[in-house]
Design a protein around this ligand. Structure first.
Ligand code: AHR
Length: 513
């Protein structure tokens, strides 16, 4: 690590010189670190809190639920490669038959999991398929293994996908839909080690084999079968499920949430935190790298050809829900801290592209680390939405290998190791355009990144944007919905064959070359 001397100019015209760390980043523009699938930028919408009702849907004057145009427009702008539904935990309590047919004849059930609220099944299969059609997203449907039967799940699959004459295709047509929806991605249960049935991996592996057997290919649609994967560091789950059922699995669904605290006691606050909370959340987000590395190593033993995808089907920050919000609704604010945990996590996914081909941040609207918050007719885009926007150029591009002197960030009041201060992604698209995203998690220290890359000489910075703020907990509110948005970044220049980027503390920068 080297340092440059940076003059700080004070109003009184006196100046002080401070040392600013300089990090070298060497990008191999001819290298190939794997394809960044757009599916890594997937989303998740569960029947939970105000994610579905009062999120994607709102009531019209007649009391009917209709899809919100403003929300769909914002999400389309971002691009939604896939949307996972109906849960989450809700999936293993969900009976799809309740959500089809005339709305006034659909049964009302209790959502015991999330707030004990009434679920009138207004949004069911047809409504969800209408939504994904509007979003131009691939649906991921999660079937019920925990409390449903093999017959239920096979019938749902047939209802959605059978193109010809069959009892379920007939029922679908009676309900107004002629053609099958051709859904490929299919979850065989969710968190079967927890809310999905508290199963042992041995038992789940057998059940998985049984349920998966009855998902038949119809026409061109072959099921892409996704098994419940491990929770965090449950390596035994991965071992047992891959060993016993791996040959029938297409994707293994790992769930990892970023919490500042513990599941048992207190998960930490979304807005009211100090630097120790900043440090701990960053540390927790970076844990993803170790988890993926270790799960991958187990998968490699059972599937050396790397046929099975590691899907991070639920990830994101999970804080104590906002005071005054409905219990069980998991509504939380979203700050610059959440945003930078997202960029760091995306960078980690981009380092594991041999296995990580799909991921879903939880959850799209009004729940956990959301993209959008709504309040009646109002809506706002969260800082995390803007991270996804700044990472858009990396989608479907080729990840470039690089070497980075990451430096260190440490909060002295905490025990533990220093964290890498700088995180990065570099990619090249089909047009030969290079995009680089850099995150400086250090909340105090500006840092300079000196980027070397073959062929940099003829390049120029086409555009550069930054997401940053003075406060660690900067956020968008309904009073100030654009308090934290990406801005034009002027701190990058090409000099002496290098790209020099002067990153402020706690910032994310994306550069297009
Ligand atoms: O995303 C909220 C919940 O977290 C999901 O329902 C469940 O799968 C996970 O435990």
């Amino acid at each position: 690590m080297k340092y440059v001397l940076t003059p700080l100019i004070f109003a009184a015209a006196s100046s002080l010189v401070v040392a600013e760390p300089v990090h070298e980043l060497t990008i191999d523009a001819a290298g190939d670190n794997g394809h960044i699938s757009e599916h890594i930028y997937g989303h998740f919408a569960e029947h939970l809190g105000r994610g579905i009702y009062d999120g994607f849907w709102k009531k019209d004057a007649s009391g009917e639920y209709i899809i919100r145009d403003d929300v769909v427009a914002a999400m389309k702008e971002l691009g939604v490669p896939n949307l996972r539904w109906p849960g989450g935990c809700f999936a293993d309590y969900y009976f799809w038959e309740h959500g089809i047919g005339r709305k006034d004849q659909r049964p009302t059930v209790v959502n015991n999991l999330w707030g004990g609220v009434t679920e009138d099944n207004s949004v069911g299969t047809h409504e969800f398929m209408d939504l994904v059609a509007e979003l131009e997203a691939e649906p991921i449907v999660v079937g019920n293994v925990g409390s449903g039967t093999v017959e239920d799940m096979a019938n749902w699959w047939q209802y959605i996908n059978h193109p010809g004459e069959s009892p379920m295709a007939k029922l679908r047509r009676e309900n107004g839909r002629e053609d099958p929806w051709n859904v490929k991605y299919w979850g065989v249960g969710n968190e079967s080690w927890g809310c999905g049935g508290h199963m042992r991996p041995e038992y789940y592996a057998d059940l998985y084999r049984r349920f998966a057997t009855f998902l038949h290919g119809y026409g061109d649609v072959k099921p892409f079968r996704i098994a419940t994967g491990p929770a965090e560091a449950d390596y035994n789950w991965t071992e047992v499920v891959m060993e016993r059922a791996g040959h029938m699995i297409d994707g293994l669904d790992l769930h990892v949430y970023t919490i500042d605290g513990t599941w048992q006691t207190h998960k930490g606050q979304a807005v009211n935190f100090d630097e120790s909370g900043w440090y701990r959340l960053m540390r927790r987000a970076m844990w993803m790298d170790e988890l993926i590395t270790n799960h991958k190593a187990i998968m490699d033993e059972h599937d050396p050809e790397k046929r099975v995808w590691l899907i991070v089907g639920e990830w994101g920050t999970w804080h104590e829900q906002e005071e005054g919000s409905t219990p069980g609704f998991l509504y939380q604010q979203n700050t610059l801290r959440d945003a930078l945990t997202a960029s760091v996590t995306l960078d980690i996914f981009h380092q594991h592209l041999d296995r990580v081909k799909m991921a879903n941040i939880a959850q799209t609207i009004n729940v956990l680390q959301a993209m959008i918050l709504t309040d009646g007719e109002q809506m706002l885009l969260t800082p995390t939405y803007h991270v996804f926007d700044l990472y858009k150029p990396h989608r479907e591009a080729k990840a470039l290998p690089f070497e980075l002197d990451r430096g260190e960030y440490m909060y002295e009041g905490e025990e533990g190791d220093p964290l890498p201060a700088i995180s990065a992604t570099a990619s090249i698209n089909d047009e030969g355009q290079v995009h680089i995203s850099l995150t400086n998690i250090d909340p105090h220290q500006a840092r300079t990144i000196e980027i070397s890359m073959d062929g940099l000489k003829g390049k120029k910075v086409r555009w550069a944007k930054i997401l940053t703020a003075d406060e660690m907990n900067a956020r968008n509110t309904f009073e100030a919905p654009e308090a934290l948005v990406p801005e034009k970044f002027k701190g990058a220049k090409i000099k002496g064959g290098k790209l020099i980027v002067e990153m402020p503390a706690k910032s994310l920068v994306t550069l297009a070359l």
